[in-house]
Design a protein around this ligand. Sequence first.
Ligand SMILES: C[S@@+](CC[C@H](N)C(=O)[O-])C[C@H]1O[C@@H](n2cnc3c(N)ncnc32)[C@H](O)[C@@H]1O
Length: 206
Amino acid sequence: MNSKIWNFWANKYSKLWVQKYSLRPTRNYIINSISKIKYNEDLNVLDLGCGPGELIEELSNKFDNFHITGLDFSEKMLEISRLKNRKANHILMDVTDLNKLNNKFKIIICTHSFPYYREPVEVLKKLYRLLEDDGRIFMGFASGDSFYDKFVLSFVKLTTGRANYPSHGEFNQMVHGIFTVENYKIIKEKLYMPRIAVYTLRKVRK
Ligand SMILES: C[S@@+](CC[C@H](N)C(=O)[O-])C[C@H]1O[C@@H](n2cnc3c(N)ncnc32)[C@H](O)[C@@H]1O
């Protein structure tokens, strides 16, 4: 899949109705989880599939010790994020090319982007190399866990193109041998919304 569909959504994205019950609650949960860990030192943070940079903006406002990199393959999304987040580093890149990065990150965040990756397990393996040994990944996405979730998400796919929303079991299989699940949270703000799963991942010791 290419980035055209995301370029199309870029300047409408912050006004989409899914912000209220899906995207914003995911960001809030992750920011809250990070606050509880109390990172005091300066550290590198990667926002994978950062979109128009809402999370980068919120993280920068809250944590002045974070050096944030936003990565996305949509130039329009990055354009908007760059305007909002002048201090952050931005990389225009497809996740397939993650092995071109040399930095290490203490925190990697990936919200509502993972389902669109063609080879998700390959991406996870590349993230293993980019994550500090004591680092954490916060990965959130709409989970195709039940028949209802899959049904609703089949309509979402009409607006995003090809996607695979893994169930809890499928995601556990994907991370197996690469990451362990430290924490798993289900967000469901409204009965009619598909559930969102947010995983906190730690590196498996090799
Ligand atoms: C639904 S948006 C999520 C944006 C933001 N993370 C959020 O939570 O609101 C998905 C983002 O993932 C990006 N994306 C999808 N596939 C990608 C890929 N293969 N490489 C890099 N970015 C990708 C899209 O360009 C888009 O900005």
